[in-house]
Design a protein around this ligand. Sequence first.
Ligand code: UD1
Length: 415
Amino acid sequence: MRFIIEKGPPLRGEAKVAPAKNAALPILAAALLTKEELFVEDLPGISDIAAMLEILGLFGVRLGREGRAACLCAENPRQPKERAYAPVRQMRASILVLGPLLARLGEAFLPLPGGCAIGSRPVDLHVKGLEALGADIEYEEGGLRCRAAGLRGATVYLDSPSVGATENILMAATLARGSTLIQNAAREPEIVDLARVLSAMGARISGAGTSFIAVEGVESLHGARVTPMPDRIEAGTLLLCAAATRGEILLRGAAPEHLFALNAKLLECGCELRISGDQIYVRGGPRRGVDVQTQVYPGFPTDLQAPMMALLCRAKGSSILVESIFENRFMHAAELRRMGAQITVRDRIAVVRGVKKLYGTELLCTDLRAGAALVLAALDAEGQSRIGGVEHIDRGYENLEQKLGALGARIRREE
Ligand code: UD1
């Protein structure tokens, strides 16, 4: 599948932000923690969500769909008979079912996903944390074999504040006996959102959003009706697309308080920005280069580094981008160079020298956010761009071509 993109007019109009992929995935995994129904009112129409629903189905979760909503019921969770279950191996976030499965079943086997394009992405922090809660975990036949004769609360120090490990340990701790303290926890808004949902299910959690999360284990959790937070990465990508075309758009249903790092950089490079309630208005394009370093929240998100780089390709002067989270997340630089961008990469540092024009050509997405970066660059590149590997983009952006098309972009999908 590919996108055909022609240089179009500056983007103009309004767009609504989708529910967050990275909040919805752990929320869906949390359905395993209760016998009762978890009703998720709005899910983004992306393939990672479909994959997570399929994985939960393998583990015995009953699913009902009503439009964008989903009703999940893990009355009788179970381990699938087949070991090499494909959807688990394909999606990194499938590791999020491990903590809930252990808490509910007392044992679990989970195949591990292979290394992915942006770095090796080990799961040692997930394993260490669940072991601290009393699980016995062994690497076996390409997966993790876990047993726990009843989880018990513990103090867990994370060597680095991993988002997924924090979520896994948090979910497992809700049903562990006694209290758990996660030290050096991730502080991403998606963690706060998960804690909100778990609390609505009866969990006792304090400190989510800080580096210290305390959980008082309870006997059981109950059902709830919830909606995931707005997707800050989709919102950021749309703002950057508008800026790339020197356009003018209004985003509705956003959470501007989660986007201040990006907003600061948009202002610094010369865009006009206005925020009111859940709306963000952006106008104009980058007038000068800026330096960006990705960091854990509240720093600049690594998931916006690729689209930010694509924007800076046409800003006057030089920009330095430092990728501190993933060791190999500059794959898009080579593709942007093929469009005429001037980018030098050394390890985790990229230097971008602004050029007057980019040129459309044959391009390939290597991962989700790299794909978004190529679309962004293509919107304002001379001539036509043909971007292959759109499956990567579909993992995390809901109908990106429709959203951009409604803002005036010349983009279409070709099977
Ligand atoms: C989540 C997001 C992803 C985002 C990332 C960083 C989801 C579904 N995905 O991924 O979009 O890019 O946060 O904001 O929410 N690490 C280890 N050992 C571990 C776990 C992680 O060394 O056990 C390393 C990773 O290799 C990486 C860094 O820690 O270098 C951050 O990873 P982590 O925060 O765990 O990211 P994810 O939860 O996988």
